[in-house]
Design a binder for this molecule. Structure first.
Ligand SMILES: Cc1cc2nc3c(=O)[nH]c(=O)nc-3n(C[C@H](O)[C@H](O)[C@H](O)COP(=O)(O)OP(=O)(O)OC[C@H]3O[C@@H](n4cnc5c(N)ncnc54)[C@H](O)[C@@H]3O)c2cc1C
Length: 436
């Protein structure tokens, strides 16, 4: 039977940052993925937005820290990928001051953490983004709710905006994951594709390894669940859910592409924008397009998926209209094509929409899950925390009773990994949405 120091289930962006950090520590790692290449799961359809606005101190600190990983991407990787490096598109973020977003809380955390930001009024913003309407329509409504005030003309104005220059998006999330695979391999890490884990091998108290669909068994004293939207399936295989207060499930999500209004180069001059007033986020996309996703406002039905192997991968008219028509409130000259264009994938959502980065009650079995639609950006920092957590616990540290803290690499923040515990109570400071 083949043996490794650590098996990582999943070769998405977080699976690869986790193996990279473990390999750097000298662990002989194996990432196993049922798909044919790295980053082909939910990572491939990520909007890959890198922004700092989260609702807690820990969330803002981790997200801001991660901007600097992306900024320093090639140094961080150490190894060169012949496909070339993924790129951070440093376009900045506009966060509107609106009732639809707890921006006061965000601002307070920006000050506490030291996130570079500017506050501005709508007149100043209009000079930068002449295509944006400055009207307020809150609360957002679905298009079939035609009588809602949201769809009527409004004489209310948005209060203003907060701009964070150190943010943007990563141009190619799958390439970023491939870069990490190469970086991990440079430290001796291995990857096994087209191989589905169907059983977690264990005894009463510890994990022993995994079994694949073809019956092969692979042994390791450490197994890490980084299976994205399949995280709950793997936790059930390991029989560890009963020892968790916070659990995960899969949520279907659509992201749409629409052209920028004629005469405005959104790809070059646009910014990532978070608009709680209309319940959407959007950013520049190649071909002078705008990529738009939902911030999960109350008017929207949540599409929970019981089996992450089977869900509707086609765009639907309902979601297309909901997101694109709301975008047209903010950008009134938006041309709306008759055919929907975009992607469909799953979020791995935890009960409070915050990640679970933890050990489990089964010795040697760890998890980096519950990324809730917002952890692509944090993957490098999460990999670092997982490496430290796993190494310390394997050496006997009692993380449940004495949570491990790490000093973040770039900004020197004290990051408490216990914040992401499976044993936490629901964090009521969370936005309970993709905003984290
Ligand atoms: C539409 C969409 C937009 C998003 N936008 C953003 C954004 O703008 N910014 C941001 O920060 N985050 C965003 N996210 C979230 C981000 O993409 C995810 O948090 C991140 O990609 C998760 O990475 P992962 O490695 O945990 O999971 P995944 O990439 O899903 O990888 C998990 C892997 O595990 C494998 N696997 C599962 N079960 C098994 C098994 N039994 N055996 C073997 N392999 C298995 C899968 O094949 C998969 O490749 C978005 C997500 C989606 C879906």
């Amino acid at each position: 039977m083949k043996k490794y120091d650590a098996i990582i289930i999943g070769a998405g962006i977080i699976g690869c940052t986790t193996s990279f950090e473990l390999a750097k520590k000298g662990y002989k790692t194996l990432n196993i993925d049922m798909l044919s290449e790295a980053g082909a799961g939910s990572t491939i359809n990520s909007c890959a937005i890198v922004r700092a606005h989260y609702s807690t101190y820990d969330g803002v600190a981790l997200a801001y820290e991660n901007f600097f990983y992306w900024h320093d991407w090639e140094n961080y990787l150490e190894a060169k990928d012949e496909r070339g490096p993924a790129k951070l598109m440093n376009v900045g973020t506009i966060l509107f001051k609106t009732q639809g977003h707890d921006w006061q809380k965000v601002l307070e955390q920006y000050r506490n953490v030291g996130v570079k930001h500017e506050e501005g009024d709508m007149e100043t913003l209009k000079q930068k983004m002449p295509i944006y309407s400055d009207k307020s329509y809150y609360p957002p409504a679905m298009p079939d709710d035609e009588d809602s005030p949201f769809w009527q003309d409004s004489d209310k104005k948005l209060e203003g905006a907060i701009f964070t220059p150190e943010s943007g998006y990563v141009n190619d999330p799958q390439l970023a994951t491939h870069n990490l695979q190469v970086a991990t391999e440079a430290y001796g890490g291995e990857f096994l594709f087209n191989s589905r884990v169907v059983q977690i091998m264990r005894d009463e108290e510890k994990v022993l390894g995994v079994m694949l669909e073809d019956g092969r068994e692979i042994a390791a004293p450490v197994v890490v669940n980084v299976a994205g939207p399949h995280s709950f399936v793997i936790n059930r295989m390991a029989d560890v859910e009963k020892g968790m207060k916070i659990k995960t499930r899969a949520l279907r999500h659509e992201v749409h592409h629409v052209p920028s209004p004629v005469g405005f180069d959104f790809e070059k001059d646009g910014a990532h924008t978070s608009c709680g007033d209309t319940g959407i986020y959007f950013r520049p996309e190649v071909g002078n397009n705008i990529l738009v996703g939902s911030e999960d406002p109350e008017c929207e039905r949540r599409d929970w998926i019981a089996d992450p192997n089977h869900f509707n991968r086609n765009l639907t008219a309902e979601r297309w209209k909901a997101q694109v028509y709301r975008l047209a409130r903010r950008i009134p000259e938006l041309p709306i094509p008759s055919q929907p264009k975009g992607v469909v994938d799953l979020y791995d959502v935890s009960d409070d929409w915050l990640a679970i980065l933890d050990k489990s009650d089964l010795k040697g079995f760890y998890m980096a899950i519950g990324s809730s639609g917002h952890e692509f950006k944090n993957a490098p920092g999460i990999g670092y925390m997982m490496g430290e957590l796993i190494d310390a616990c394997q050496k006997g540290h009692d993380h449940d009773n004495d949570p491990i803290h790490v000093t973040s690499r770039y900004k020197g923040y004290d990051l408490n990994i216990g914040f992401y515990s499976r044993l936490r109570e629901i964090n009521t400071d969370s936005s309970f949405s993709v905003n984290g």
